[in-house]
Design a protein around this ligand. Structure first.
Ligand code: CP
Ligand code: NVA
Length: 303
């Protein structure tokens, strides 16, 4: 793995990354030092807001003995017209890895193509691989084995859904997406996933059918960053796709409920479900730290 732009970049190393994440998590919980990235620096460019990604990367680098820099395009010369390719070349002379949260996937690729250090996709309009690494770690912890599991994603076929489809295909977990017509996941991603998957991938319009007998029920916001202009329309259209108690009753009794957060309570998920006994959303959020530490160690120290 040279960069982590798509879940597919981690296809051949996924179990190594998950095992390393569990090992680093265990060490951190026991207070055992694990400074595997001593004196390394991570540059983090955020074009969009972030709580989890920013804090987990920054704290992760500190725990690994390195250092992270938060870089906002409005303070960088990028905001005044310096090209993304020049920015990539210059940052590569200073830092050991670049994490980028971008509006456009094609700009993400341009940064990666011009950087001489590894680039990590911290979310763009097409994928959110770091989130899905943490999600897979969470599912593995809660359900032990991906085989024979069914994950149901309900809502917008967005970046998180796209990366989940690839992640499920890689680990062999069946996945069912319940979404309105016109809001299906990315076609190319679906094709790529179907090419590698030994598991099932189905796209349905009815949320109850999607959730039927699911082991994992997952949702995300109806209005992603960048989609704000469609807020009123989306909030009406997606209403039948709310993850509430009556919807999760279609899933297995011991299903886990996941959300990448931030949650819009009362919209895509109710308080009752997000705070309910099946919810693992805060364990999932914590796992961003452990999964990303493993990703950074893999990319920066070639372990
Ligand atoms: N889930 C996630 O990426 O959260 P942030 O937007 O807070 O980073
Ligand atoms: N789909 C959401 C995820 C936020 C972590 C967005 O892109 O805004």
């Amino acid at each position: 793995m040279k960069h982590l732009i798509s879940m597919l970049d981690a296809k051949d190393e996924i179990y190594e990354i998950l095992d390393l994440a569990s090992e680093l998590k265990d060490k951190q919980k026991k207070g055992i030092m694990h400074e595997l990235l001593k004196n390394k620096s991570l540059g983090m460019i955020f074009e969009k807001s972030s709580t989890r990604t920013r804090v987990s990367f920054e704290v992760g680098m500190t725990q690994l003995g390195g250092h992270a820099l938060y870089l906002s395009p409005k303070d960088l010369q990028m905001g005044r017209g310096e090209t993304i390719s020049d920015t990539a070349k210059v940052l590569s002379r200073f830092v050991d890895c670049i994490m980028y949260r971008a509006f456009e996937h094609k700009v993400m690729l341009e940064l990666a193509n011009n950087a001489t250090v590894p680039v990590i996709n911290g979310l763009d309009n097409i994928e959110h691989p770091c989130q899905i690494m943490a999600d897979l770690l969470t599912i593995k912890e809660k359900k032990k084995d991906f085989n024979k599991l069914k994950l149901a994603y309900v809502g917008d076929g967005n970046n998180v859904c796209n990366s989940l489809i690839l992640g499920s295909a890689i680990v062999g977990m069946d996945m069912s997406v319940g979404c309105p017509k016109g809001y299906e996941p990315n076609k190319e991603i679906l094709e790529k996933a179907k090419n590698i998957a030994k598991s099932e991938i189905e796209i349905l319009e009815n949320p109850e059918d999607a959730v039927k007998d699911a082991d994992v029920v997952y949702t995300d916001v109806w209005v992603s960053m960048g989609d704000e202009k469609e807020k009123a329309m989306r909030e009406k259209l997606f209403l039948p796709y709310q993850v509430n108690q009556s919807l999760i009753e279609n899933a297995k009794k011991d299903c886990i409920v996941m959300h990448c957060l931030p949650a819009h309570r009362g919209k895509e998920i109710t308080d009752e479900v997000v705070d309910g006994k099946n919810s693992v959303v805060f364990d999932q959020a914590e796992n961003r730290l452990h999964a990303q530490k493993a990703i950074m160690v893999k990319l920066m120290s070639h372990v």
